[in-house]
Each structure stands twice: as structure tokens, then as C-alpha cells.
Write a new protein. Structure first.
Lengths: 153, 504
């Protein structure tokens, strides 16, 4: 099956239609006096038209030049992938509350352990060293305004 | 004489200790990201862009430029020793470089790659010095219609050259234009697609977008792969090529330099296409084409020279016209704008220190790279042994902190993560991120040029065909759009040829 490419084209067509609708609300203006919605409408129109051509081309030749769905999605470690993404979003949400140091140590503990199972001692050491180096470079060296959080520094 | 006077000014700027430091740091990071597969110059430049906010625009651009051309040097190391191209522009170097290494000639392969890069980089800078000033005079005649047409041509060439389907590359360019419209409208001041999020009023940030598309997506993509790296553990010796190696390579280096320079100046061109074309030409002119891919030193010298020459030449459209010819130049354009410098024809007269300082720093940077890449090759080889399980969390952290520290905003980080996911799915579906980024950067300029042209002409599209420059650009763009529709021409499209070369 090659549903992936069908869904892909439908997604872009849907996005293009939504942007066109939003652009009309903004006001397209006229050729003589184009308004704020003119450019997004034009870009979305091109996007939608191209996606429609791609879809029709795929439907006609049954996506014979494309890879199978299984080839694209078959070898993915989904739990690991979604866990990584979830951890990153949780980090962003808790970043201000936990602060840079605590948040980053926890993030790295998860990531180092998730990428490859290693002894906890090594993981903790790597997380502490990396966080320390980042703190030195960004907070002290580049004076970035990283959140202090619960630790207060 | 004027050129020498300006060049002297450039060296005066580039020799300042702070600029020398940033130049060294840039080429060092460039070599590092070139050596490490998975992290390219675009991601590295976006990671380090926030770090340049505290410096002068000159130092910032010197460093960012150093990352770009430094990565071209470093990319060859992994191609030769590991058979994994550190950069897309080093793909062709794998073919003969790795075979040379297998035959015990890793040293001369690395040596000719570094010397070839140095010669090509140096000649590329001279080309830049000679071509840029006259082009600036020419560019001063450009109005909104000319700019619009040139940007359309740049986007079309980039999508034409891409190895993926041209329709999908154009789709990504259109998507990039859509993203570029987020935020306040330049002309009316109306908020567009900002969903009442104050951070989006300024538009989507270039850094979160690029970090997501290139950095985070790369890590997510590699989580599922198990790349086995075979690194030559034997000591790499004999880095200086023999006279026979030089005799075989010198014309390849010069041909690669010329090809790279011309392809680098084209809108949409760049180091990748230059290395592919120069390899193909080298194979064509060689009396032994059948031996290519078996360890021919010409097969290393030509693409490595071409990609470095192209890297220098790519600065010409950016510094003279203010139009980036590829994604890396789009990043530099973003950096210039962040620093309050408007790239374009007036850059040379308003900021001669920046223009000539960057040019002179490239020459110094090339010399630094030669010193970095040959004697320190052992260190770069050791770096290749850093496991991905350590490397990837660090890349992720760089992306997170880098995008946060631009505005101290978590929204930027969320945007980066969203683009990381988009980039991941795009790569899974072979949708190219490069046209998206270029269109995103060019979008606001393109919109302004289009709307001003239409207002000026009272809605008539004839204005785009009234001037020869604009008409020529649009006609070329149209031809490039038609080519993929014609079956016998489609097979000759560089993207298709590149794909075939990749497979073989």
C-alpha cells in the first residue's frame, strides 16, 4: 500500500484551503492595490494546485515510482521516537519552573539512557558534565537569560 | 587600484584580534560539523547565531562564513575515512576517496583534498573580489520588478536542481512562502496567522525553523537507524601528495575551481551541485573513465575543489544583490538583518569594512583550514569515534538552548520542536527542506517586491517583462518549470542525473 503519499497530498491540499480561507478574511485587495491576504492566498493557491497535480499524478500511475508504506514506516522504533518527542515537550513546559540546571540534568538523564542503555553511573556523570559545560558557555560566557527555577541560580 | 585599497582595508579589519578569533572559531566549528555526519553547517550556524548577538556584525559574519567554508573542508575527512559524507557536498568524494583509503592511500587523498580546497578557495576569493564590485554597479539599476524576477528565478533553479520530485520541491517552496507571511504585514501592519500569540507577530523565527528542520529532524531520523561506522584505525600517514599525484590532480583542481565558481554564483546553485557536476565532467574528460570509483585521485581533487570554490562564489549574489543563492546564504542574510545590516548593492558603499573584512577573512580562514586539516587529522579521526548516543542528546540540547536564548521565549522552542517534527516527516517522504527555507527567507522580500511592482504598474503584470533583466529571469524560470514536463528533457534534469549518480 502507498497510503502515505495520498495522505501527504491531502494534507497539503487541506492546509492550502485553510490558508486561502484565512487570507480571504484578511482581505485580498485588488491587482492595483494588493492587501495583506494577497501573498498568503497566492502562495497557498500554488501549494494547493501543486499538491492536487501530485495527487492526480499519483492516482493515475498508482504511485508506482514511490516507496512502499512499509519501507518508509516499517523500521521505526515508534515508542522511542514518541518518547523522545514527549520528553522534549515536557522539558519546554517545565523549563521555567525547574530552571536550566535541574531541567537539563533530568532531560539528559532521559536522553542518554534512551539513546543507548548504559550504566546509571556513566549516564549521571555525562549529564552533570554536559549541563555544567552548557551552563558555563551559555549562562556565564554568553550571558544568556536562562531560567533560574527552583534551585535559584 | 581601488580593489587593492579595499582589500587592504579588508585585511586591516580581518587582522583585528577579535575578528581573527571569530574566524578561527568559525573554521574550527565548520571543520567539526563537517567531520561529524548528521550536523551540517546550516544547523551549526543557527546554533551559533544567538552567540553572535553580543559581537559586531563583521565578527559575526566572519564566524558564520567560516563555519560554511570550513564544513566543506571537514566533510571530506569522513567521506575518505568512513565512506559517510560529512556534508552533502562531499558525497562524490566518497566514491574515490574511500577506495584510496582502502588501498592504503588515505594520506594523499586527505592531502589533495585539503590542498585542492585551499587552491580553489583562494582562487574563488579572487573571483569574488573581481566580480562583486562591477555587479554592485549593475545591481543599483534593479527595481522591485527585477528583484521579484530574480528571486523567482533563484527559487526555481533551486527546485530544479533538487534531486527530489520538482513538483514536491515547488510545494515546499510554496509552503515556505506561506510560513514567511506569518506575522505583521510589512505594508499594512495587519497581523497575519499569528493566532493571538504575541511572539508570532514578528513572524516565525529563522533560527527555530532551521534548527527544527535540520537539527532536531536529523536526530529523530537517526534514532531509528543503526549506522555502523568502519573507521580506519591505522595511522594516516604521507599526507603530502607525490609529484605524480600533483601532476594528475592539478588540472582537475583548476577545472573544479572554475566549475564550482560559476555554479556557486548561480541563484539556487551551490557547493553540492558543483561537486556533482565537476566529478561528472572529470570522468568525461579522463582517458580512464572506467577507473573512476576505484580510487582515482582526480575523483577526489575535482569535487573537493569545486565545492570550496562554490562556497566562496555563493557570497556574490548575497553581498552584491542581497539575494541568498542557497540555504546557508539565507542563514547569513538572516544574520545580517538581525545585526541591522541590509544586504544589497549598498552594502559595499555603506559597510565596506564588513564586505572587505569578510572577503579578507576568507583568505585567512582558508590558510587556517589548511593548518587545521592536515596536521590535526588525527584529532578529527578520533572525533569520529564519539558515539551517536552521546552526540545526539548534545545536539538536541544545543537546539533547545540556542532557540530559547534568542528571545528568552519558550514559544520559540515549541516552534522549533514543531518544525523538527515537520522536518522529520518531510524527510521520510523525501520532501526537501532547502526550498522551504530559501522561500521562507525570500518570502517577505518577494512579497514586498511583487506588491510594489503591482502598485507601480497599476495592476499590470507587463511591468515584469518591461525590463530586459526581469524578462530574462522570468523566461529562464519558465523554461526550467517546463523542462520536467517534457519526458526526454526530464531525464537530463540535473536532479535526476544526481539521483542516478548517487545510486551508482
Amino acid at each position: 500500500m502507498k497510503k502515505t503519499f495520498l495522505i501527504n497530498d491531502l494534507f497539503w491540499i487541506g492546509l492550502a484551503v485553510s490558508v486561502c480561507a484565512g487570507s480571504i478574511k484578511l482581505g485580498l485587495g485588488s491587482w492595483q492595490q494588493p492587501h495583506a491576504g494577497f501573498m498568503p492566498f497566492l502562495s497557498a493557491l500554488i501549494l494547493g494546485t501543486l499538491a492536487l497535480i501530485d495527487l492526480l499524478r499519483g492516482l493515475i500511475n498508482q504511485w508506482k515510482d514511490e516507496r512502499l508504506d512499509l519501507e518508509i514506516w516499517g523500521n521505526i522504533n515508534w515508542p522511542k521516537l514518541w518518547l523522545t518527542i514527549a520528553i522534549l515537550f515536557i522539558y519546554v513546559i517545565l523549563f521555567s519552573t525547574l530552571g536550566f540546571i535541574l531541567g537539563t540534568i533530568l532531560l539528559l538523564l532521559f536522553l542518554f539512557r534512551l539513546m543507548e542503555p548504559r550504566p546509571f553511573g556513566q549516564v549521571i556523570f555525562a549529564a552533570l558534565i554536559t549541563t555544567g559545560l552548557f551552563y558555563l558557555v551559555f549562562k556565564i560566557g554568553l550571558e544568556s537569560q536562562l531560567p533560574r527555577g527552583v534551585l535559584g541560580f | 587600484m581601488d580593489i587593492f585599497h579595499h582589500l587592504f582595508l579588508g585585511f586591516e579589519v580581518a587582522w583585528q584580534p577579535i575578528n581573527l578569533f571569530y574566524c578561527f572559531f568559525g573554521v574550527l566549528i565548520g571543520t567539526l560539523v563537517g567531520v561529524l555526519p548528521g550536523l551540517g553547517p546550516v544547523a551549526a550556524m543557527s546554533l551559533l547565531l544567538p552567540a553572535t548577538f553580543h559581537t559586531s556584525p563583521v565578527a559575526s559574519i566572519i564566524m558564520l562564513a567560516g563555519i560554511y567554508y570550513g564544513a566543506q573542508y571537514g566533510g571530506s575527512t569522513t567521506s575518505i575515512l568512513v565512506n559517510i559524507p560529512g556534508e552533502a557536498s562531499s558525497v562524490m568524494t566518497c566514491l574515490d576517496g574511500y577506495q584510496m583509503a582502502r588501498k592504503g592511500r588515505a594520506g594523499p587523498a586527505l592531502g589533495i583534498s585539503a590542498f585542492g580546497s585551499f587552491i580553489a578557495g583562494t582562487l574563488g576569493i579572487f573571483g569574488l573580489i573581481l566580480v562583486a564590485p562591477p555587479l554592485v554597479d549593475f545591481a543599483l539599476k534593479f527595481g522591485p520588478p527585477e528583484y521579484f524576477s530574480l528571486m523567482v528565478l533563484g527559487l526555481t533553479v533551486l527546485t530544479f536542481l533538487t534531486s527530489a520530485s520538482m513538483i514536491r520541491a515547488l510545494m515546499m517552496a510554496a509552503f515556505g512562502l506561506v510560513i514567511g507571511t506569518v506575522g505583521l504585514d510589512n505594508i499594512s501592519g495587519l497581523a497575519r496567522f499569528s493566532f493571538n500569540i504575541p511572539e508570532l507577530l514578528d513572524g516565525v523565527g529563522l533560527v527555530p525553523l532551521v534548527m527544527g528542520l535540520f537539527g532536531i529532524s536529523e536526530v529523530l531520523l537517526n534514532i531509528e537507524l543503526k549506522i555502523k561506522r568502519e573507521i580506519f584505525t591505522t595511522k594516516v600517514k604521507g599526507l603530502l601528495p607525490t609529484w605524480s599525484d600533483w601532476a594528475k590532480s592539478i588540472w582537475s583542481i583548476l577545472r573544479g575551481t572554475v566549475i564550482g565558481f560559476f555554479l556557486g554564483t548561480l541563484p539556487g546553485g551551490g557547493a553540492v551541485i558543483a561537486s556533482f557536476v565537476s566529478y561528472a565532467i572529470e570522468k568525461k574528460v579522463s582517458p580512464y573513465p572506467e577507473k573512476f570509483g576505484q580510487g582515482m585521485i582526480e575523483g577526489v581533487a575535482a569535487p573537493e575543489s569545486a565545492n570550496n570554490s562554490a562556497a566562496q562564489a555563493a557570497f556574490i549574489p548575497l553581498l552584491t544583490l542581497g539575494i541568498p543563492s542557497n540555504v546557508v546564504m539565507a542563514m547569513l542574510l538572516g544574520a545580517l538583518i538581525i545585526h541591522g545590516v541590509t544586504p544589497g548593492p549598498l552594502l559595499l558603499s555603506q559597510h565596506p569594512d564588513l564586505f572587505w573584512g569578510v572577503v579578507a577573512s576568507m583568505y585567512i580562514g582558508n590558510a587556517m583550514l589548511l593548518a587545521l586539516n592536515l596536521p590535526l587529522i588525527g584529532i578529527w579521526v578520533k572525533l569520529l569515534k564519539v558515539p551517536y548516543s552521546i552526540l545526539f542528546p548534545i545536539i538536541i540540547l544545543f537546539c533547545l538552548i540556542g532557540s530559547y536564548s534568542i528571545n528568552n521565549s519558550s514559544i520559540d522552542v515549541v516552534i522549533m520542536l514543531i518544525f523538527g517534527l515537520i522536518g522529520y516527516f518531510m524527510r521520510k517522504l523525501s520532501l526537501e527542506p532547502a526550498p522551504l527555507v530559501l522561500a521562507f527567507v525570500l518570502g517577505p522580500m518577494l512579497e514586498t517586491a511583487l506588491r510594489l511592482s503591482l502598485i507601480k504598474s497599476k495592476g499590470s503584470f507587463a511591468i515584469f517583462f518591461a525590463s530586459p533583466i526581469s524578462a530574462t529571469c522570468l523566461i529562464i524560470a519558465l523554461i526550467l518549470l517546463i523542462i520536467p514536463i517534457l519526458p526526454w528533457l526530464r531525464r537530463r534534469r540535473p536532479g535526476t542525473v544526481l539521483e542516478q549518480e548517487n545510486v551508482t
